[in-house]
Design a protein around this ligand. Sequence first.
Ligand code: ADP
Length: 401
Amino acid sequence: METTLKILVVDDDEVDRMTVRRALKKAGLSAELTEAEDGAEAIAHLQGHMFDTVLLDYRLPDWDGLSIIRQIHELNIKVPLIVFTGQGDEEIAVEIMKAGAADYLSKTRISSETLPKAIRNAVRIHQAEMAATLATQRLRATNELLVLQNKELERQQQQIRLQNLQLQEAYRLKSQFLATMSHELRTPMNAIVGFSQLLLRQYPHPLTSEQVDIVQRIFNNSQNLLNMINEILDFSKIEAGKFELNFHEFDLAQLVKLTAEELRSLALQKKIALEVDIALTNTKVVQDLNSLKRVIINLLSNAIKFTEEGQVRIEVWEVNSERVGIAVKDTGIGISPEHLETIFQAFRQVDQSITRKYAGTGLGLAITDSLVKMMHGKIEVESQVGVGSVFRIEIPRKANA
Ligand code: ADP
């Protein structure tokens, strides 16, 4: 069913207004008509009510059609206008269309066919224009929102970049602090280790057994402390990218045997067997001797530290003509699966409580991991709680190959 259209008819001629009424009635257009006789009355109606369309006589006693159209625009009243023109008003028709009228109709052509058709068209187009304007407004609003969100995102990104820089700076300062501190601590520690060693020689004055015991403790503890300081210093050097490797040829079998011998006393103290199994036809490798020694010491001392009974075993074999493998196996406390992923991270220990049983900085495996990578090798671990662990590394026989 057609909705009733609210139409404002603006015409000073009663006969013309009647023609309009008749035409609409005859066409059966459902309309509610309001009539005005001049421009001022028309504007007053338009300011007070909403109309679906305005039928406007171009020639009114006060203003012409063009002035009314302009006023309606100035007042921002949105309504389609159909202007009735007189005969020979073609030029005027062009002007009023330009000024924004929806349509024009010569008074002589007003009929029950032309008028409703013009009204329906004007209303339809107006509604479509309104819908388009609304859609554009919504789009603009969405766009403005997007621009705002984008600005906010950019601001947050900028903030993250800034925080990132601050973090990097804090990280650099921390590494620098660690490097300086450990470097400064190393000199007096070296003196303590050296002098306690001298005292232990008991020359030329022998010590009482109590004194030997005390000096031995000083020596052991300062040696441990020195190892930790060295660990921190090396770690900060690696982090700062200042740790350099020197590749040259050496005998891997000899290195492994000698290193194991250096640590044998630790195993003996804990009554653990320390086995060495070397299965190499060619024992020569081109690698960084100090770094590889460091890796073996870290893995073996961990294995001994975390094993209470049974054995620690180091195996060396040829993976292929270009790679060698080294495995350190123990029958110790083992590592649970959830900790296996983190133990290679710096300062990570399975037991991080102050009262933990095993001493250490938590840097050994982080250093080991970095060194193995710098030697172009890889490291992996397998472990079972209560059964033991295997740390396996693979490195190229010739580092620069
Ligand atoms: P640290 O030995 O100084 O604590 P590491 O980086 O060498 O630090 O090792 C990190 C942690 O990994 C150790 O604290 C320990 O919890 C675990 N871990 C390393 N090696 C073994 C091992 N052979 N058996 C059991 N746990 C180990």
